[in-house]
Design a protein around this ligand. Structure first.
Ligand code: ATP
Ligand code: PAU
Ligand code: MN
Length: 854
């Protein structure tokens, strides 16, 4: 039988089984599947399309008019009442920083030709004028500016035309000048700078209450963003699982320039119960005066090398080196911040700026923690969420606040932090646009695809210029907390303070993917975890090395796929820098972006490529492999047809697994083939599967000689087949756009495929004029193609556009479904084979999991 000779070009360790065995030395690593494919079959047909939310922006065609020359072939159509492209920007203008949240819709890729578009139309991917191509939904970006540099912010808005809905918006393209653009804004600056915005950008700021916005933003984040909240104690970050039904009440402490303390009882139900004027502005203000630091980050960084005992009066200083244990104070506890400076006969310049900064930071953080606790106590609250940019993701700040809360509450109350810490108000203002209908977003509608950080994406041009300056953050010491209310002096190991540029990597660009939903056939969506193995630090190191080793090869391919132009080279460089920065960031702190599995890591790379406008790095490689495989398909089909049914089924499964390399000593580490065969042969006796979902993986032999023949067998048995493929290119994975063309080619050699593809609307009269004998092929069940909503080598079933089973090794090996499931994969990674099965590279998995009817 035919060899399944292709492999994932980067991920598979062996560089491919069978014919194209490029020696195990090729460093790629496996996303797992040789066939890498899996099929799920349901005796009940699942719902074809998930319902869309009713409150999404609708296309408002009223008053539509042609704008420009009527003789043009494609004149711009002006939709004066189409508002959802406008409500794209919201601001929070605080005393120290301006925060922007803006939404960018993805335009159809200009490289997308008409043929592809018409394929999509046929596949129902264009939905009543609204794009449903998932990654085209849009993104939420987060950017901040110093309030003192307001004009930079205005330039940014203006250069991106954010106030007019972005450069892709109809109003921008048509050159229309809506005379009354209104932008939601909160924070004091919404009042203070309203005139300036009108003057410079011609926009009116619609003021939203600051506290309303803080609460709306916090509630939204806690409800919709996975791994948003975390605790930080003794240098350890831990994500908190938020129970949606048990979120309220909580205390929200926003540490901006000043501090607001709010008791939150529900959506829109809250009370500002306290505040303190000793906040972020105090630390930065006093710090600037006393240290001559030029930036907040510089001040924070200084603190990391500080020793506050030269400045603070400690309990031990007062008690002659002793603890005051009777009231629970250790000798190292600060008795009086800055107290030591009263007795020394010293000038400011005699103190180290490092020590000053640390004393200040401890004083203010501790104080905020303590006041927060007291307010929690007032209302009997156990959970305190801290936001605001004073936190700055800084380990020592968070540890100090947590320490104070923990110490004074005797462990009763918990301090938690938010990844989007400083953007609560801006997000709340953004949410207040009623018309955009984001209010009912559920957790899987907003996918933090990967956190490039706004500066990287939004100003790619800038990034490209500055790319080489972005260096991996340098670890520096951070103080470790000890018991009894005190902190020891900083030790050499520990956390880091990142430059502002790389700190932006902390916050992800949120992709709004309105059509995504949880796969309805998952047995238990709550318990579902796509990643088969946890990435501990060792695993991380291993994968980072693999990905780093492949980077230059990938860049070469990506640049070549864009014609090798200077522009492509520039983007290739920028991609390499950005991706390396992410890897470096994750190496230091694997949890920096929330819990991060292998699937996320691989997706990050794909997303990163797309950010730098590499649409499909493997396009020509995929084409070549498809053509080569299609050329041998007729022979394979003939060979298969000459076999008896049992032998054919085995050959088909082996075909998916590239089983010819069994000869080289590989074995099946999971082998449920006999069970599967039994079920399949029972098909014949009148209970064929109604529908099977085949999750296809690689282009070339994998899909053409593996999955398509398997699909054909199912069709022959009367089972409808849905080929589920990636929505966007990822490595050499076949995409939903490419599949119809491949199926049409394959159908030239096979009546079963042809009739089924016609029944499924995949091909129309493709064979008109071609005569062959279809008498033996009474198939009328359809063969269909759907996209899965993914653009990654792995699949997360919480984020799927349609039903299906998943790639079956790195992700989903352990996932359980409500339908019979067959997971087929070849383990093309020695490490994984050993870890999971005590097996070897090229071992195969044929895992059949029937649903046991009870
Ligand atoms: N790059 C930065 N520049 C200035 N301050 C920063 C920076 N990064 C973090 N900070 C800290 O964050 C604080 C501002 O936080 P935030 O943006 O949440 O408040 P704000 O909205 O400006 O203030 P307020 O809400 O009181 O009006 C600063 O006072 C400072 O302590
Ligand atoms: C005045 C605001 C609300 C402006 O954001 C903030 O800076 C703050 O809460 N300051 C503390 C004021 C107080 O309650 O003492
Ligand atoms: Mn603020």
């Amino acid at each position: 039988m035919a060899a399944n000779n292709n492999s994932d070009p980067i991920l598979d360790e062996g560089g491919g089984g069978g014919v194209k065995h490029e020696a195990a030395g090729e460093a790629g690593e496996g996303k797992g599947g040789g066939g890498g494919a899996a099929a799920a079959a349901a005796t009940q047909a699942p719902a074809a399309m998930l319902p869309r939310s009713g409150s999404r922006p609708q296309l408002d065609l009223s008053g539509a008019a042609i704008h420009g020359n009527l003789e043009d072939r494609n004149p711009t159509i002006l939709l004066p009442n189409q508002s959802d492209d406008i409500s794209h920007l919201a601001l929070d203008i605080g005393g120290s920083l301006i925060k922007l949240v803006y939404f960018s819709r993805h335009a159809e890729h200009s490289s997308e030709d008409k043929r592809k578009l018409s394929t999509k139309r046929r596949l129902g991917m264009l939905n009543g004028g609204r794009r449903s191509y998932p990654v085209l939904g849009g993104r939420l970006h987060f950017v901040k500016f110093e309030t003192g540099k307001l004009s930079e912010c205005l330039d940014f808005i203006s250069s991106k035309q954010l106030h007019r809905g972005g450069v892709d918006s109809p109003s921008w393209r048509s050159g229309a000048q809506p005379d009354n653009i209104v932008i939601k804004a909160t924070g004091g600056g919404a009042f203070k700078y309203a005139d300036l915005f009108k003057e410079r950008l011609g926009v009116s700021l619609e003021k939203e209450d600051e506290m309303d916005c803080l609460v709306a933003g916090a509630n939204f984040l806690l409800k919709s963003i996975r791994h948003e909240a975390f605790t930080h104690m003794d240098g350890q970050k831990e994500y908190v699982q938020i129970d949606q039904n048990d979120l309220f009440p909580f205390l929200l402490v926003n540490v901006g320039s000043g501090v607001s303390i709010i008791k939150v009882d529900g959506h829109g139900k809250f009370q500002r119960v306290s505040g303190t004027n000793v906040g972020g502005g105090t630390y930065w203000g006093l710090g600037r005066l006393m240290t001559k630091c030029k930036s907040f980050d510089e001040l924070l960084e200084l603190s990391q090398r500080g020793d506050n005992s030269t400045i603070d009066m400690l309990v031990g200083d007062i008690y002659g080196g002793l603890d005051y244990s009777k009231i629970g104070l250790s000798a190292s506890t600060i008795a009086s911040s800055f107290g030591k400076t009263i007795s020394d006969d010293k000038e400011l310049s005699d103190y180290r700026p490092e020590d000053i900064s640390l004393s200040l930071l401890r004083m203010i953080s501790y104080n905020i923690g303590q006041i927060s606790y007291l307010n929690a106590l007032r209302y009997g609250l156990k959970r305190i969420f801290f936001g605001g940019f004073f936190i700055r993701g800084h380990a020592y700040t968070m540890d100090t606040i947590s320490f104070a809360v923990n110490f004074w509450s005797k462990g009763e109350a918990k301090a938690m932090f938010l990844r989007h810490e400083g953007f609560l108000g801006a997000l709340g203002a953004f949410m207040s646009y009623e018309k955009h209908g984001l209010d009912d977003l559920r957790i899987h509608h907003l996918v933090e695809r990967f956190p490039m950080g706004a500066p990287y994406i939004s100003w790619m041009e800038k990034f490209v210029q500055k790319g080489t300056q972005i260096t991996a953050p340098v670890p520096v010491g951070f103080p470790v907390t000890t018991g009894m209310g005190g902190f020891e002096r900083p030790t050499a190991k520990g956390d880091i303070l990142r430059s502002d540029a790389s700190a932006a990597l902390n916050v992800g660009v949120l992709h709004l993917v309105p059509t995504l939903d949880v796969f309805p056939l998952l047995e238990d969506p709550k318990m579902y975890e796509p990643n088969t193995i946890d990435l501990d630090l060792n695993e991380y190191k291993y994968w980072f090395k693999v990905l780093s080793d492949h980077l230059s090869d990938l860049v070469d391919k990506a640049v070549a796929s864009e014609g090798g132009t200077d522009d492509a080279k520039r983007r290739g460089d920028a991609f390499a820098h950005a991706f390396s920065a992410h890897l470096a960031r994750l190496m230091e702190e694997p949890a920096a972006y929330g819990k991060f599995g292998l699937a996320n890591l691989l997706e990050l790379r794909e997303e990163c490529l797309r950010e730098f406008q590499f649409v499909d790095a493997y396009v020509s490689i995929k084409q070549r492999e498809n053509e080569a495989s299609l050329a041998v398909l007729p022979d394979l089909l003939m060979e298969l047809d000459s076999m008896n049914e049992e032998a054919r089924l085995l050959a088909l499964i082996e075909g998916v697994l590239a089983a010819n390399i069994f000869d080289w000593g590989s074995r099946a580490c999971i082998d449920d083939f006999d069970m599967f065969k039994k079920r399949m042969l029972a098909d014949k006796k009148g209970q064929p599967y109604k529908r099977a979902l085949l999750f296809v993986d690689n282009s070339g032999a994998d899909v053409v000689l593996g999955m398509i023949p398997l699909a054909r067998e199912l069709l022959r048995n009367g089972t409808e087949v849905v080929l589920v493929a990636n929505s966007l290119p990822a490595l050499n994975d076949v995409t939903a756009n490419e599949l119809p063309g491949i199926v049409a080619e394959a159908a030239k050699h096979c009546g079963i495929l042809r009739k089924a593809a016609e029944a499924g609307g995949l091909i129309f009269d493709a064979m008109a004029g071609i005569q062959d004998d279809l008498k033996d092929e009474p198939v009328s069940v359809p063969l269909m193609v759907v996209e899965n909503g993914c653009g990654s080598p792995c699949i997360d079933f919480r984020q799927l556009i349609l039903e299906g089973m998943g790639r079956s090794l790195h992700t989903n090996l352990n996932a359980r479904f409500k339908c019979d499931t067959l997971k087929l994969a070849m383990v093309k990674n020695q490490r994984l084979a050993e870890k999971l099965f005590n097996g070897n590279i090229y071992d195969c998995i044929c895992k059949f999991e029937p649903v046991h009817l009870t």
